[in-house]
Design a protein around this ligand. Sequence first.
Ligand code: URA
Length: 181
Amino acid sequence: MTKQKALAKIAVAIARCALCRRGKIGKPVPGEGNPNAKVVFVGEAPGREEAKTGRPFVGRAGKLLRSLMKDIGLSEKAVYITNPVKRLPKYGTPKKPDIIHGRMHLQKQLRVIKPKLVVLLGRVAGQAFFDEPISVTKMHGRIIIKDGIKYFITLHPSAVLRFQKFRRILIGDFKKLKAFI
Ligand code: URA
């Protein structure tokens, strides 16, 4: 089976998944991008725009993410963008059971794509991969290797939309990211 077909199959499973639906609203947002991506960006959960369209990172935070990618010469067509939580939680920020469940789908996607680097955008993305909570403000801009997979930790773009002081940090991290890829 091609990677594209395998990802499409996972997207169907996500759309049909009753657990993904629990406490959530809107369309499923499985993720999108290049099945052969070397870099995968992992966010948190869909927001309102994403739940309306079924596409990840198309709202305000998404526009910022996509423009930062462009600034470092990363084409949207070259990467894959996804979230551990595949539908918009009614209560906004996803809870631990949402992340624990959703990461099962995410891990399947990563096993198909086999990227060289997984970029973790914020705390929830970190929670999906590490059992110990990671301090994003302390660990950002660094690569962590776990089970042979390289992770790059940075802030979630929506943190920058909320607090201007984070803008410089996120821009700096993307410059480092450029050097790594
Ligand atoms: N924020 C996320 O974490 N993911 C999206 O897809 C959109 C906004």
